[in-house]
Unconditional design. Structure first.
Length: 242
């Protein structure tokens, strides 16, 4: 399938990063470097972006092209490269996937990149068996159907909110929890804590209320990292069956 290429913001023997289409949406692509092989692979990290982020990248791209086409590209400080990587770094805290890319290019400095496209296929990239690796792997499989987002910038908000909800007498009272994931579709939050030196995950439903009795908030003890992956995947598959 042909996917449109919007920008090529860096190049080394082929496109290193830019903006393209993937599953009908706009994504930043970043070529993966293999440390063991000491070379770039044909795999790309793909990160979804918002319209305002896309406009920022496009404006930088057009500014650089204008100078390039007039032979004055060295006058332009390459902020477009820094912007796109900063946006990708922030967004990849929430979602990203890995695909193999085949770029068909007519002219990588043509402003419209006419007659150029990229074909995305499944990669044999192995995600690390870490918390972030497992979440990325699930997004890589299910894309927009995977509605869990990393909690990175506002952890204290979810810590304070949980402390206010859990009162003496609740099963979870007194446990030190860290927020990890927030479901974009409801009030469910996944927290982690340490039990016998093992990281254990809990699903806690943070329903807003001025008053909660001792049985609220409702929760589910998921278990360790392996159990978390199985639980998240099972919830997606149940939605497919329904």
């Amino acid at each position: 399938m042909k996917n449109r290429i919007y920008t090529i913001n860096d190049w080394w023997g082929g496109p290193l990063c830019g903006v393209c289409e993937f599953i009908g949406e706009k994504y930043i692509y970043q070529r993966r470097f293999d440390e063991e092989l000491d070379m770039y692979t044909n795999d790309y990290f793909l990160t979804p972006i918002y319209d305002e982020q896309f406009e920022t990248i496009i404006n930088d791209w057009q500014n650089w092209l204008e100078l390039y086409n007039s032979g004055r590209e060295n006058e332009y400080i390459r902020t477009e490269y820094n912007n796109i990587n900063e946006i990708a770094e922030n967004q990849s805290l929430y979602q990203f996937c890995v695909k193999t890319g085949k770029f068909i290019l007519n002219d990588h400095f043509n402003s419209n990149l006419e007659n150029s496209w990229v074909e995305w296929t499944d990669s044999d990239y192995t995600f690390p068996e870490t918390f972030t690796g497992i979440i990325a792997e699930l997004y890589n499989c299910y894309y927009e159907d995977f509605t869990w987002m990393f909690i990175s910038d506002n952890k204290m908000y979810f810590i304070d909110k949980l402390k206010k909800k859990i009162t003496p007498g609740h099963d979870l009272y007194g446990i030190d929890f860290l927020p990890e994931l927030k479901n974009d579709m409801n009030d469910d939050v996944i927290y982690s804590c340490r039990e016998n030196e093992i990281e254990i995950f809990y699903l806690i439903h943070l329903t807003y209320s001025n008053y909660n009795d001792i049985n609220f908030p409702q929760y589910k003890r998921i278990g360790d990292l392996k159990a978390l992956k199985e639980y998240l995947e099972s919830t997606i598959e149940r939605e497919y069956l329904e």
